[in-house]
Design a protein around this ligand. Structure first.
Ligand SMILES: Cc1ncc(C[n+]2csc(CCOP(=O)(O)OP(=O)(O)O)c2C)c(N)n1
Length: 326
């Protein structure tokens, strides 16, 4: 979907942008249900509530640009054009999955569409993004790398190494921090010195800005500016998108570190899908019927992907070595 690059500020493309966000929400709800029915193994980290960051950043990229992702990476992959059926096949341990069913949720990569991979190591993708950006620079491809990471990752050494190198070499990379307020059970304001992640940009001589991460238009516009800056050789930027995850960190999280009231407040007043729908209605770009049709189309897309992935052939233990290389 997103490889045709969409623009949430364009009336003609608004329905596609909204469909992209609904596809992520419904995909994650489907994953949650499959998990609760015992059909998925391992763990998974849902991105429900953070859809606007994935869509807004990826829609600011051009075809052929790259992303690197995190342990909470389903939304990034979908927004960058991954096929939901192959993603679900991976989660269901099917041979048709992106890693032939051997990798699972945290190892979805799709090099053909420029997704250099999800990463279970917090901040692990930041140095990969910087290396990929260096390679684009040396090969003069004109391509840009968008690097997703969490607020927790901003306290890892790799964050500082990546920003430093990207800045001294003026690399074409956009550092996109998804500040969903928590790193596991640790509140961001208790873990992060200096007031914000964006403040750290000045130490590395790059622009740093904190953006409402639940406003897909704001995410897109700031990303577009950072992508253009990167592409024109002016170097990296640090964007901090303030957002919120409604679900626990992963499947075993009982949310004991925050109140239900806090979660409800974000859901009812700042939900990214609700905010964009309100905007489209007020501009008279989409009416209630159009919005219902977009939601139904996204639901059907994911329903068909689940059904097809479910029927796909399983990954076989006998053939484990067939999916390894050295
Ligand atoms: C290097 C490393 N340290 C610790 C962990 C365990 N761990 C997994 S996710 C996570 C929290 C990450 O928080 P953040 O970067 O804010 O991302 P979010 O989960 O909020 O999306 C931690 C500590 C890990 N996977 N890798």
């Amino acid at each position: 979907m997103s490889m045709a690059r969409m623009d949430p500020t364009d009336a003609a493309q608004a329905a596609d942008v909204l469909k992209g966000m609904w596809s992520i929400r419904i995909f994650e709800e489907a994953v949650e249900e499959l998990f609760s029915r015992g059909l998925l193994h391992g763990t998974m980290h849902l991105t429900i509530g953070q859809e606007a960051v994935a869509v807004g950043v990826c829609d600011a990229l051009d075809e052929g640009d790259f992303i690197t992702s995190t342990h909470r990476g389903h939304g990034h992959a979908l927004a960058h054009g991954a096929d939901p059926e192959r993603m679900l096949a991976e989660l269901l341990m099917k041979d048709t999955g992106y890693c032939r069913g051997r990798g699972g949720s945290m190892h979805i990569a799709d090099v053909d569409s420029g997704n250099l991979g999800a990463n279970g190591i917090v901040a692990g993708s930041m140095t990969i993004a910087t290396g990929a950006a260096l390679s684009q620079r040396l090969q003069e491809t004109g391509k840009v790398v968008a690097c997703f990471f969490g607020d927790g990752a901003a306290n890892e050494g790799a964050f500082h190494e990546a920003l430093n190198l990207a800045s001294i070499w003026s690399l074409p990379v956009v550092f996109a921090c998804e500040n969903n307020q928590y790193g596991m059970s640790m509140a961001q304001e208790k873990s992060t010195a200096g007031g914000s992640v964006a403040n750290r940009a000045s130490a590395y001589g790059m622009p740093g800005v904190q953006v409402d991460g639940n406003d897909v238009v704001a995410v897109f516009e700031h990303s577009k500016e950072a992508v253009e800056r990167a592409r024109s050789g002016e170097g990296p930027s640090l964007l901090e998108f303030v957002t919120y995850r409604y679900r626990g960190h992963s499947k075993s999280d009982r949310n004991l570190y925050r109140t239900q009231q806090e979660i409800d407040e974000w859901r009812t007043t700042k939900d990214p899908l609700m905010l964009y729908e309100q905007r489209l209605r007020s501009l008279a770009w989409l009416g209630d019927g159009d919005i219902a049709a977009v939601q139904a189309a996204a639901r059907e897309r994911i329903r068909a992907a689940v059904a097809a992935a479910y029927k796909a052939p399983p990954a076989l233990v006998d053939d484990l070595e067939g999916a390894t290389y050295a």
